[in-house]
Every structure is written in C-alpha cells, then in structure tokens.
Write a protein that binds this ligand. Structure first.
Ligand code: FAD
Length: 387
C-alpha cells in the first residue's frame, strides 16, 4: 500500500468502481455516501448493458466506450448480468431507412450486428409487433443495477476500503486554494467531523455541481431526468430498442419477471426534485406497445424517475442532444483548486472505464506510475460485500 489517502464522494456505480481501482493500485481509500449505497441514479436505471448500438450513429465516442466496457464487464462481473442479447426493431418505413446508418455506425464503433428478417425476429421473440420490417441483433444485455456496483464495493472492501454510508460531505477543508479533505455530517449520529485526504474524488453524479460549488469550483453537469415504467410480466427475453434515433419510450429491458420501459429526457436545476410527469408514464405504455403490443394492457407495477449526470453547459444543447460520454475534470486546471478531481457523465455500463480514467489522473497528480489492472481481475461475488 502507498502512503496516500484518497476520499471518494458518492456511493453509486462510479464511486464503487473508483474505490475498487484505487485499492487495487494500493491507495488507502474512504468512500462517503450521503444515503444508502446506490441510492442515487445507479439504483434506478433500466439495467441495460449497452452494446453502444443506441449511440452508434450520433454519439460514437459513447458507443465505443459502451462496447469496450460491455465486453470487459462480461468477464469481470458475470454474476450480475443476463447475456440475453438485444434487438433493434424497425416498425415503420422510416425506421427501416435508418438501418443503413445504424449498421455503418455499429461497424465504425466495433459493435457486432446480425440483420434478421421479420420471421427470424418473431421466431426469437413471438410477442414483437407482427408488422415489424426487420431487426438487428447486437450484444446488449441485462444488468442488475444493484449487484454490479456491489461486486466493486465487495472487492474494494476486502482490500481494506473504508465505506461510510449516511455520511454527507457538507464542506471542504481548503487552505490556500488546496483541498486537503472534507467536512462530513454523519446522519446516523448527527455528528460532524473532518476527514483529511491527499486528493478528493467527486463521483457524486448529478449532484457534482452542488458538491464542487462547496470547494468554489465548477463542473458543467446538466441533471437530466428520465421516466421508467415497470410492468408485470416478461414479454420477451432479449433487450429491445426501436431502430431509430434515440427517442422516448423506445427501450424495453426484461428484468427478472418484469419489463422495464424507458425513457424520457429533460433538464432540471435540482437533481433532488426531478418530478414524475404523468404524461411521460402514459407515453411509455404507448410507445412500448408499438414494439410489443401486449405492453398496452400489461399490469402496471411501478413508475419512477432517475437523473442522468450529463456533461454540458447551461444554455448549450439540452436533453437528448447531450453526449452520453464521460469526462474527468482536474479542478487545478479548471478552477485553480488543487486536490479535487470530478468524474462525471457516462453510463452504468462504463463505470470501470470511468474509474480507470479518474485514477490515472489521481496517479499523475501524485507523480505515481501505477498501471490500471481492473480490466483483468474478476471481481468478488456481490455477496462478499456482506461477509
Ligand atoms: C432514466 C435513466 C435510465 C438509465 N438507464 C441506463 C441503462 O439502462 N444502462 C446504463 O448503462 N446506464 C443507464 N443510465 C445511466 C446510469 O444510470 C448513470 O450514468 C449512472 O448510474 C451514474 O452513476 P454515478 O455513480 O455516477 O451517479 P449516482 O448513482 O447518482 O451516484 C452519486 C451518489 O452521490 C451521492 N451524493 C450526492 N451528494 C453527496 C454528498 N454531498 N455527500 C456524499 N454523497 C453524495 C448520491 O447520494 C449518489 O448516491 C440511465 C440513467 C437514467 C437517468
């Protein structure tokens, strides 16, 4: 173990993967999460292990990140996923005409594709809209949103990471422009205390702007909620996407015996108040039923929203125009605040790659040359978190 102590703010998938990478490279690391682990966006997404197909035409940087990390996660965290593949389904003539750009985009990004006739697609998934025109098979899959990060938490914990839940960062210890730790409010005891660190990593997702503001630094994050609806019953085994430019209600992910339909996209100022518009819920049923007619009358189980931590400046592009890629900000370069690094954006699928980039920055700031090895180490089972 080296002598440096790193604090990670945020116990979602990104914080979990950063904590794992830090401990694997020999750092002493403490993670602070204001609520329960994965209580932010991580515990609320669809659970789509992205092949990158969804971004292959308009957001190729994100598509490449997704396929690279998808293939790695299959090896290092197999217990948390169902390798059920995905179909992009063309229903209308317009969808069909999108196929050419889609296939070219997938090829450019290294995403394997297999074009299916309507009969072949219906043989695989009999509940698809019988009027479909074609489908393209891609290596999408289903992930368990809770178990995937728990693999990372478990492995980090067994290497000595200190994981503190209900521990909210309420300020920074800052001297002459250098961050040297954080002020923590322990919600279990209602006590405040200081915790020192050589570097603080801000992995607080959609809350990243609020957190950096406490250190008088800035990060261009746009909190972008989306609504998801769960219906009772599993109408197909493969993940379904509509074959068109990303839109509303065009994903259906089978999760155990539920089907999760998503999603929408808008921008809010406060990630703690995303709202849950009723018309978005209705839209999920309507658009979902265009791919799988039985969704129209499927028994409602739940509806909720979650907030994406998208990178973008206020007043610039909004919602679906924003890239789904990730970025690591060294606040020394950005705001002349030393000792603070923010990792933001990305997908649940790209958590490991986000962590690799972040810990590379941490190492570089500390003058260390320690290679990342997280691509190759199979993570401990998620159950190991508890024992
Ligand atoms: C509608 C929707 C659907 C999605 N579907 C998918 C999908 O199917 N597949 C996929 O790969 N990705 C999906 N995503 C994206 C994915 O969910 C996110 O990119 C990912 O979960 C973000 O993880 P994170 O760890 O960065 O953030 P979070 O999970 O939000 O973690 C940040 C944590 O920081 C904590 N925190 C905040 N402030 C403080 C503080 N002051 N002190 C301590 N802790 C603090 C929060 O409580 C939170 O737990 C979806 C996103 C949305 C919105």
């Amino acid at each position: 173990m080296n002598q440096f102590h790193i604090i990670v703010i945020g116990g979602g998938g990104t914080g979990a993967a950063v904590l794992h990478d830090l401990t694997q490279r020999g750092f002493k690391a403490t993670l602070l999460e204001r609520g329960e682990l994965t209580s932010g966006t991580t515990g609320r997404h669809h659970g789509l292990l992205h092949s990158g197909g969804r971004y292959a035409v308009k957001d190729q940087e994100s598509a490449i990140e997704c396929i690279q990390e998808n293939l790695i996660l299959r090896k290092i965290a197999p217990e948390s996923m169902e390798l059920n593949e995905g179909l992009f389904v063309a229903i209308t003539e317009e969808d069909e005409s999108y196929a050419e750009a889609f296939l070219a985009g997938c090829e450019a990004c290294g995403i394997s594709t297999h074009v299916l006739t309507p009969k072949q697609a219906l043989d695989l998934e009999p509940n698809l809209n019988p009027h479909l025109r074609l489908a393209v098979q891609v290596p999408d899959g289903t992930i368990d949103a809770w178990r995937l990060p728990l693999h990372f938490f478990a492995t980090a914990k067994h290497r000595g990471a200190d994981i503190r839940t209900y521990s909210e960062v309420i300020g920074f210890l800052k001297n002459a422009g250098i961050v040297g730790g954080v002020r923590v409010l322990d919600h279990k005891t209602n006590q405040e205390y200081d915790l020192k660190a050589d570097i603080v990593v801000n992995a607080s997702g959609a809350w990243a702007e609020k957190v950096t503001a406490m250190a008088e630094a800035e990060v261009p994050v746009r909190p972008s909620p989306g609504v998801m609806v769960a219906v009772q019953g599993r109408y197909h085994n493969m993940v379904l996407n509509r074959l068109h430019a990303s839109g509303d209600g065009d994903i259906i992910v089978p999760q155990r015996n539920l089907s999760i339909i998503g999603t929408t996209s808008w921008i809010v100022e406060d990630p703690d108040r995303p709202g849950l518009p009723e018309d978005h819920i209705q839209l999920m049923f309507k658009n979902g039923a265009e791919m799988v007619p039985a969704i129209k009358d499927a028994p409602f189980r739940a509806a909720w929203s979650a907030v994406r931590p998208l990178i973008g400046s206020k007043g610039a592009d909004e919602g679906r125009e924003l890239s789904r890629t990730f970025k690591c900000f060294d606040h020394k370069e950005r705001d002349n605040v030393e000792g603070l690094v923010t990792i933001c954006g990305g997908k649940a699928t790209t958590l490991r790659g986000m962590a690799e980039t972040t810990v590379n920055v941490v190492c570089q700031k500390l003058g260390l040359d320690i290679p990342c090895r997280t691509k190759d180490e199979v993570l401990l089972p998620y159950r190991a978190y508890y024992n």
